[in-house]
Design a protein around this ligand. Structure first.
Ligand code: KG4
Ligand code: ZN
Length: 342
């Protein structure tokens, strides 16, 4: 199946073409991502109204570009997948309206994809997903541990009790006076610090599979307020802050992996680009005899390739959604059989 994927849940306008599914997973033919970073940098954060207007301007050129790069015509397409939640509703609605219009005009099956399942399915582009797997989704809006028993079969085992890790990176960057988007800037400053650092305090929640990042954020705010750090101290603080977040994600993920048995760990979401997290999780997982997999960094942050990859599997197994598909700012991750039954 040749499928068009569309993603507009936050501040990236993206379209991708994939073919599949096959024994080798899903083949990526094109993936175009128009970032709005420059637009929002001026405001120091995402302005929802501004994001949705830019999506409207970009959605058709981005789709056309994805089709051109894949040498695909409208006649070749066999389905459309679109992120329909969770996210900024004024952004989601632009992608969903475009997907519905194309599906209607070309009489194509349409399927709505949950943003978190899209992040997990980024891994399906490299090869078939080995079930059961434990997914850690660490992004700007989410921190979830999901046990996936098969395609579209999800058990959410843990989540953040407060901030998401990407949100913690972004807020930490702001405290350190770094430009938007904060996460990659904080990571670069942290990585510039030579030598080892003592991590900032991290939440120890016993008998839990959840995460918490508000304590480390408060610790950084206190350190910045009381010491007014100079350049080298800022690098040390960034490194100590990054170390705390990377350790929290690593320790909780390995604890849960150990509890559920010998499942491979798949890390997804924007924070999966973080090199310190990659190194730490890879080292500790190897020491525990567990396998860990990270997608290509370009597929960690929001993109339509992962939406399309989820779409080919969902269309094949759960069938299309009705043409009046809606979008939702807040929606829980649910298994496909539960979704179709409701
Ligand atoms: O998955 P994503 O593109 O959007 C959401 O679904 O939220 O993740 C974006 C998040 C942002 O918070 C960004 O700061 C963070 O991922 N991020 C990073 C890095 N690259 C992106 N955080 C830490 N280190 C990075 N290298
Ligand atoms: Zn995302």
């Amino acid at each position: 199946m040749l499928l068009l994927g569309i993603e507009t849940s936050c501040d990236e306008t993206s379209a991708a073409i994939v073919s599949g599914p096959s024994d080798d997973g899903v083949q990526l033919l094109s993936n175009v991502v128009a970032s709005q970073d420059d637009l929002h940098a001026h405001f120091g954060g995402i302005v929802p109204e501004v994001a949705s207007r830019r999506h409207i301007e970009m959605i058709l050129p981005v789709i056309r570009e994805a089709m051109q790069r894949a040498s695909v015509t409208w006649e070749d397409l066999q389905g459309i997948a679109v992120t329909n939640g969770p996210g900024l509703v004024g952004s989601l609605v632009v992608g969903v309206a475009a997907a519905k219009a194309i599906a209607q005009a070309r009489r194509l099956p349409l399927v709505g994809i949950h943003h978190l399942e899209a992040h997990i399915y980024a891994a399906a582009i490299h090869g078939p997903l080995p079930f059961p797997l434990l997914a850690l989704i660490a992004s700007g809006g989410h921190s979830h541990l999901v046990l996936m028993h098969g395609h579209g079969k999800y058990d959410v085992l843990g989540r953040t009790l407060d901030d998401a890790p990407g949100e913690a990176f972004d807020k930490g960057a702001r405290l350190l006076g770094l430009p938007y988007p904060g996460g990659p800037h904080l990571a670069a400053l942290a990585d510039s610090f030579p030598g080892r650092v003592e991590p900032m305090p991290r939440a120890h929640i016993s008998n839990s599979r959840d995460f918490s990042f508000s304590g480390v954020k408060a610790a950084l705010a206190r350190a910045v307020r009381t010491t007014q750090p100079q350049e080298r101290d800022r690098a040390r603080l960034a490194a100590a802050y990054q170390e705390s977040i990377a350790l929290s994600l690593t320790e909780r993920t390995l604890q849960v992996a150990d509890e559920i048995g010998d499942s491979p760990i798949f890390v997804a979401g924007g924070v999966a680009r973080n090199q310190r997290l990659r190194d730490l999780l890879a080292q500790r997982a190897a020491a525990a005899g567990l396998r860990v997999h990270f997608p290509d960094p370009a597929l960690c942050t929001d993109n339509a390739a992962m939406v399309a990859a989820a779409g080919v599997h969902k269309l094949a197994r759960a069938g299309p959604d009705p043409p009046d598909l809606d979008c939702f700012a807040n929606i829980q991750l649910r298994s496909w059989d539960a979704t179709t039954a409701s």
